[in-house]
Design a protein around this ligand. Structure first.
Ligand code: COA
Length: 272
């Protein structure tokens, strides 16, 4: 018989839990890799729950983006453990952690997560669309990129310091990285597709050009998460055969700054 959820204690997650985390990612059809878990568990605080077989069956991670954002991601509950209030418990613990650190809890909710968060008083903001398509594979991308420039633009647009995230993405082996004048596009290899983002640019035409270059250069499946306000970018993606796979709602518990205009595509729902 399955254990009653109330009997299971929340536990801190460590790097030893990455294999179990990957099993949850695969079950949910998500795109994260062990490198993503490694970054998030090192930079942030993971909490989870171990099932009766000793495996981690539920996860959540809070990434502290100082000075004020606590980004909550990787909220995953294994199929057989859902609808018992486990995600709600993990969220309550994450919110409490944020409060102690004086961080505003924020997240990008899937349709499945949205109702859970709403009941916890998270309020919705911008809609972000996930576009999926394929790259033309005409040549591998050339790095490196100016991480300081990216970090400055990202801090203004996101409202908190994510230099450690951007530096981690920029250092990954084979990462697709593009830069043109004052615009930067970072990417990472995923479990099922290459994820593009963040795309940072004050200039729309430059952002489109960078995206076009990436789609032309990278081979295979591509994902990019684009705020709905980015009409021109969405038009470009549609013209290259991309389609919207699903959408996320950016939510916060408390007041959060709206995304700045330079954030043309986000890093991803698990990272903000
Ligand atoms: C979304 C997800 C995390 C929710 O996890 P969960 O542990 O099932 O969530 P909870 O149990 O806290 O709440 C889910 C529902 O169960 C209900 N519930 C909670 N405890 C319950 C209980 N003891 N008995 C019956 N129902 C219960 C909740 O009221 C809620 O109702 P709803 O279906 O109307 O929304 C899970 O479905 C999942 O991993 N999905 C795939 C990944 C994903 O989308 N993650 C969210 C990222 S933002």
């Amino acid at each position: 018989m399955e254990p009653i959820e109330g009997e299971l204690a929340l536990i801190p997650l460590t790097l030893d839990d990455i294999d179990d985390g990957m099993a949850l990612v695969t079950e949910a059809g998500w795109n994260q890799t062990p490198a993503d878990w490694r970054f998030m568990l090192t930079a942030g605080r993971g909490m989870g729950l171990r099932g009766d077989a000793g495996r981690v069956v539920a996860t959540s991670i809070v990434l502290p983006y100082r000075p004020r954002v606590g980004w909550i991601g990787m909220v995953l509950v294994a199929g057989g453990y859902r609808k018992r209030g486990i995600a709600t418990r993990l969220l309550r613990a994450a919110i409490e952690h944020c409060r102690r650190q004086q961080l505003t809890p924020m997240l990008d909710a899937t349709p499945a997560g949205r109702e859970v968060y709403r009941r916890l008083s998270f309020a919705g903001g911008e809609t972000i669309e996930r576009w999926r398509g394929a790259g033309a594979g005409a040549g591998e991308p050339a790095g490196p990129v100016d991480v300081d420039l990216a970090a400055r633009m990202d801090r203004d647009a996101f409202g908190a310091d994510r230099r450690n995230l951007l530096a981690d993405l920029a250092m990954r082996a084979g990462a697709p990285l593009f830069q043109r004048h004052g615009s930067v596009l970072l990417g990472r290899r995923g479990r099922t597709a290459t994820q593009l983002g963040p795309l940072l640019s004050h200039d729309e035409a430059a952002a489109l050009a960078l995206c076009e270059r990436a789609v032309g250069a990278i081979a295979g499946p591509l994902l990019i998460d684009v705020p709905v306000r980015e009409e021109a970018l969405r038009g470009l993606l549609a013209s290259r055969g991309f389609g919207v796979e699903r959408s996320f709602t950016r939510m916060s518990l408390g007041i959060a700054a709206p995304m700045g205009e330079a954030m043309r595509a986000i890093a991803g729902p698990e990272l903000g």
